[in-house]
Design a protein around this ligand. Structure first.
Ligand code: CA2
Length: 150
C-alpha cells in the first residue's frame, strides 16, 4: 500500500485554537483525519507527524524513505521562510515532496513570500485552508502514478 508522510512544523499543533481569521477553526487532528480519508478513498494511507523543532523535521525527512513512505506532504510553517537546513534535507530526500500552506503566503507579509522549499519540491499548494491537505494527498498520489492496487 502506498504510504504518505504528512509532516507539520512549528505552531501547527495550535490550529483551531487561535487566529481563526487566518487559519480557520479546523484543528490539526481534523486535518489529519481529512488527509487520511482522502488517502483511504484511493487505497493509500498516511502517517502524520508534527514538531516544533527544526531538527526533528529534518530527521523525519531523512528517515522517510527507509520507513517505506512514497512521498511527503510538508507544511514547514515559518521554517519555510528561514531554513536552508530543511531545504537541504528535502533536496536530499530522494522522495517527492509537496509543499503546503493553509494560507496564501503571497498575499501576506513580504517575509512570507520567500520559500526556501519551493525550488526543491515537486509543487506547492497554498491558500485553500484545511482543504489543501486532501488536495495535496490527491496531487501526490497522482504524481506517483498511484492506482488503487498499489
Ligand atoms: O499558511 C501556512 O500553512 C503557514 O505555513 C503557517 C505558518 C506560517 O508561519 C507560514 O508563513 C504559513 C504558521 C502556523 C501557525 O499556526 C498557528 C495556528 C493557530 C495559532 C497559532 C499559530
Amino acid at each position: 500500500m502506498t504510504k504518505i508522510l504528512i509532516l507539520n512544523g512549528p505552531n501547527l499543533n495550535k490550529l483551531g485554537t487561535r487566529q481563526p481569521e487566518v487559519y480557520g477553526h479546523t484543528t490539526l487532528a481534523d486535518i489529519e483525519a481529512m488527509a487520511a480519508a482522502a488517502a483511504s478513498a484511493q487505497g493509500a494511507s498516511v502517517a502524520c507527524q508534527q514538531s516544533n523543532h527544526e531538527g526533528d523535521l529534518i530527521d523525519a525527512i531523512h528517515g522517510a524513505r527507509a520507513e517505506g513512505f512514497a512521498g511527503i506532504i510538508l507544511n514547514a510553517g515559518a521554517y519555510t521562510h528561514t531554513s536552508i537546513a530543511l531545504m537541504d534535507a528535502v533536496a536530499a530526500a530522494d522522495l517527492p515532496v509537496i509543499e503546503l500552506h493553509m494560507s496564501n503566503i503571497h498575499a501576506r507579509e513580504p517575509f512570507r513570500h520567500v520559500s526556501y522549499l519551493s525550488k526543491v519540491v515537486v509543487g506547492m499548494i497554498c491558500g485553500f485552508g484545511a482543504a489543501g491537505y486532501p488536495l495535496a494527498v490527491r496531487a501526490l498520489l497522482g504524481h506517483l502514478g498511484h492506482d488503487r492496487d498499489d
